[in-house]
Design a protein around this ligand. Structure first.
Ligand code: BTN
Length: 326
């Protein structure tokens, strides 16, 4: 109810009466008063005036569960938010929650992570107060082979979310990263639990560099943050809400089609290095070619010098630009 009250107060220009809130949620005046008290405790400046009701006196953002839930404009993705000031890893927490019955669309968010996980067994440095770390719980009923495409759908959503909130030309570095001006601003890590051909759950972890500038030396050359790139202040809540909105839209299309056909044009339009030279780091032998975008199952099509087109599957190989990270 607190998130809904917050949403109502935010939307309303004028005072919202206690009576209206009671009616809307079917609760007593005391229950409303208590909820308002708790929101105030969290830091929201809510004015209470006799015979008029309640009003949000400041638009200040308090990064937390109620801020996120009250702004979330989706049917299911991110509708329930579990927010932590500190966690080991949102992916780990999401797996525990998924196993304990958390429903599809539950979003785990942390202000900081003490054991953030990156790909290939690496860590993901996750200081407090600066960046976005979240994991979305999915419980798909499709075949295991389709699971790797969830990362691509997420990439599309994150790139679009960054574009709409910051106005930056975010691009997808297939398959797991988002780049701005050639530098990595986001990494994604999907993990899943399966049994034969059945998916128990997929947890989709996303880390977005929003304000951090002091990157560890090993990534300083390739990493950037959104605020640095756009030269303005970026709201973490706004980014998450916007990514969830896009994710839900694209995931529903992907689920309906059972492949990426409906998203191909949009995805390839945001793909970094498309129609440029790439090096494919295939354990069976490296080669170079021209990136021609992904196909409907999410493989990257690379045209070799002899005209043959290879469909590169994400799990096996890495793809690099010829002259740098992208
Ligand atoms: C990468 O190596 O590029 C992937 C990084 C993924 C980091 C995110 S932050 C939120 C979620 N929780 C984790 O522990 N990892 C992912």
């Amino acid at each position: 109810m607190k998130s809904e009250i917050l949403a109502l107060l935010r939307e309303s220009e004028d005072y919202v009466s206690g009576q209206e809130l009671c009616g809307r949620f079917g609760v007593s005046r005391t229950a409303v008063w208590k909820a308002i008290g708790q929101l105030k405790k969290e830091g929201y400046q809510i004015e209470a005036v006799q015979n008029r009701g309640y009003r949000l006196a400041s638009r200040q953002e308090i990064y937390g569960q109620h801020e996120l839930e009250s702004r979330m404009d989706t049917a299911w993705a991110g509708k329930t938010v579990c927010f932590y000031e500190e966690l080991g890893s949102t992916n780990l927490q999401a797996k525990l929650d998924a196993e304990n019955g958390a429903k599809e669309g539950t979003l785990i968010v942390a202000d900081m992570q003490t054991a953030g996980r990156g790909r290939r067994g690496r860590g993901w440095s996750s200081p407090p107060g600066t960046n976005v770390y979240f994991t979305l719980i999915l419980k798909p009923d499709f075949r295991v082979e389709l699971a790797s495409m969830v990362t691509l759908v997420t990439g599309l959503a994150v790139a679009e979310g960054i574009r709409s909130t910051c106005g930056l030309e975010a691009r997808i570095k297939w398959p797991n990263d988002i780049v701005v001006n050639g530098k990595k601003v986001c990494g994604m890590l999907a993990e899943m639990s399966t049994e034969q051909d059945f998916i128990h759950y997929v947890v989709m972890g996303v880390g977005i560099n929003v304000a951090r500038q002091d990157f560890p030396p090993e990534i300083a050359q390739i990493a950037a943050c959104l605020e640095q790139e756009c030269g303005c202040t970026v709201s973490r809540a706004e980014i998450i809400v916007s990514v969830m909105k896009s994710f839900e839209k694209y995931y529903d299309i992907f689920r309906r089609d059972g492949n990426l056909t409906g998203l191909l044009e949009r995805y390839n339009g945001m793909l970094a290095g498309k129609d440029g030279e790439v090096r494919v780091l295939d354990p069976k032998g490296e080669y170079t070619g021209i990136s021609r975008g992904i196909n409907s199952t999410g493989e990257l099509l690379v045209e070799r010098e002899n005209g043959a087109v290879e469909a590169v599957y994400a799990g096996e190989v890495s793809v690099r630009g010829l002259y740098g990270y992208v």
